[in-house]
Design a protein around this ligand. Structure first.
Ligand code: NDP
Length: 465
């Protein structure tokens, strides 16, 4: 019998996905650029190998598949994807489907959906290697009919949240990869806010690594319960095998990135969407990579962080602050998704997006179930204004303010938490300060302004006459 689905690219993610597919009872034909890796992969697959068909050439792969064929690509984003499409298309029939499951830029996916020579889907897969092996969160994009053709396999391999598979069709073209990008942007902001809190505990409050691990572990039993808090506790508790020192004293404080968080920030600018917490997180990673600059800065100006002494916030305030900050970065991310629906003619299903993130992915957390309910009430309303979250933020915002003020007074940089607070203060200020900006613009460029009292537009100040 022929295999149900094909897979190209047996790297970290591709091998894990192929094993997951076989584990769920589906037969999968696999091809990898370096064939020896394919052979090694099948050897190590154990009993699952009976549902795995190794292919040495693209033609072998195509011949091994049942029609209409479906082939998942799991290769690095960019040129390798176009190369694989170009190599496979001539061997495929007009109904055969290519599915890019890597971290493509959604604009590339939208292009490929129309000009890659046949049926095409772009699916965002989150959860790292562990997720890919045992259940990732899957965000699909492309023609709905193509999704429906493979949805049964994707739902079988996806993470399960209380009986609901975390695999959802988001919309046409690059919709799936767009949602995955926003997921990664939120991931950056969530990670950054946790790192800032760690900085307050370490530098402001002088806590040891084990004590910090205990704080995160305790928070993981409360409203902050999430994969990222859980692993933060484990990272803080870990020791270096070579020196026996806390692992965090060994890890260089320069964050890596593969670009998906940056894409989210860039797209937000295209869309005119405000996601300052995510932008702050991207900027913080960029600055973290400038270790030499930071060392010179410390020599010139003295070290930033100082002990907070009696101004240190309570652990309860820190927990509340992190929760408020987290709600704000999600509220910003979901608002950006709505802006994209308007711009690209999608109807991105916000409650479904919150649901598909409840399990399998890096940002999975207890809070997402409540977010799905709040978004279902009114997807167009900002998440912050949903009564459930408005109540939470009303209660937690004073703690966020206390924490940001205490950190800033102690010279501890908390860019994501502070930008979350500034965003919150901005969206609850009916009379802002852009009247000054409009006055300036009219002064130097006669751009005109709208009168508050009558609503008339094209008005000018006395400098115009
Ligand atoms: P790896 O580096 O582990 O594997 C890359 C795979 O692609 C290998 O099989 C490699 O083949 C193949 N490959 C590389 N270049 C080419 C090329 N030019 N032509 C054909 N095949 C090529 O990457 P990952 O598995 O980590 O990532 C794959 C995709 O999944 C990426 O888009 C990544 O962004 C995305 N992703 C990764 C996640 C992660 O946590 N790692 C999470 C979610 C998405 P060979 O054996 O010959 O070198």
């Amino acid at each position: 019998a022929k295999a149900e689905i094909g897979l190209v690219g047996l790297g970290t993610m591709g091998s894990a996905l192929a094993l997951n597919i076989a584990d769920k009872g589906h037969s999968v034909a696999v091809w990898n650029r370096t064939h020896s890796h394919t052979e090694a992969f099948v050897q190590e697959a154990g009993p699952l190998a009976e549902r795995i068909v190794p292919a040495e050439t693209h033609a072998d792969l195509v011949a091994a598949l049942a029609e209409p064929r479906a082939i998942i690509l799991m290769v690095p984003a960019g040129a390798p994807v176009d190369e694989q499409i170009a190599a496979l298309r001539p061997l495929l029939g007009p109904d055969d489907l290519i599915i890019d499951a890597g971290n493509a830029n959604f604009r590339d996916t939208s292009r490929r959906a129309t000009d890659s020579g046949g049926p095409f889907l772009g699916i965002g897969v989150s959860g790292g290697e562990e997720g890919a092996r045992h259940g990732p969160s899957i965000m699909g994009g492309g023609e709905r009919a193509y999704w429906d053709r493979v949805a049964h396999i994707l739902k079988d391999i996806a993470a399960d949240y209380e009986g609901t598979p975390c695999a959802t069709w988001m919309g046409e073209k690059g919709a799936g990869h767009f949602v995955k990008a926003v997921h990664n942007g939120i991931e950056y902001a969530d990670m950054q806010m946790i790192a800032e809190t760690y900085g307050i505990l370490r530098d402001g409050m002088g806590m040891g690594y084990d004590a910090i691990a205990d704080v995160f572990a305790k928070w993981n039993d409360g409203p902050l319960a999430s994969y990222l808090i859980e692993i933060s506790a484990k990272v803080a508790a870990a020791t270096d095998a070579r020196t026996g020192e806390p692992l965090l004293t060994v890890i260089a404080d320069s964050a890596g990135q593969k670009g998906t968080g940056r894409w989210t920030a860039v797209e937000a600018q295209h869309l005119g969407a405000a996601i300052p917490a995510i932008e702050a997180a991207v900027a913080a990673r960029n600055l973290s990579a400038k270790a030499d600059m930071r060392a010179t800065g410390e020599e010139l100006f003295g070290a930033g962080p100082q002990p907070m002494g009696p101004n240190a916030p309570s652990l309860d305030s820190l927990e509340q602050a992190l929760m408020a900050g987290k709600i704000m970065c999600y509220a910003q991310g979901f608002a950006m998704i709505n802006a994209a629906s308007d711009e690209f003619g999608w109807a991105l299903p916000l409650p479904e997006i919150a649901r598909v993130w409840r399990a399998g992915c890096i940002i999975r957390s207890a809070m997402l179930n409540d977010m799905a309910d709040a978004l279902a009430e009114d997807p167009a309303r900002n998440l912050l204004f949903a009564p459930f979250f408005a109540d939470k933020v009303r209660a937690a915002a004073p703690a966020l303010r206390e924490v940001v003020i205490a950190a800033q007074a102690a010279g501890i940089a908390v860019p994501a938490l502070a930008s979350g607070l500034a965003w919150f203060d901005t969206v609850r200020t009916a009379r802002g300060t852009a009247d000054m900006i409009q006055g300036q613009r009219d002064f130097f460029g006669l751009h005109g302004f709208v009168r508050r009292d009558t609503g008339e537009s094209g008005q000018h100040g006395p400098w115009a006459s």
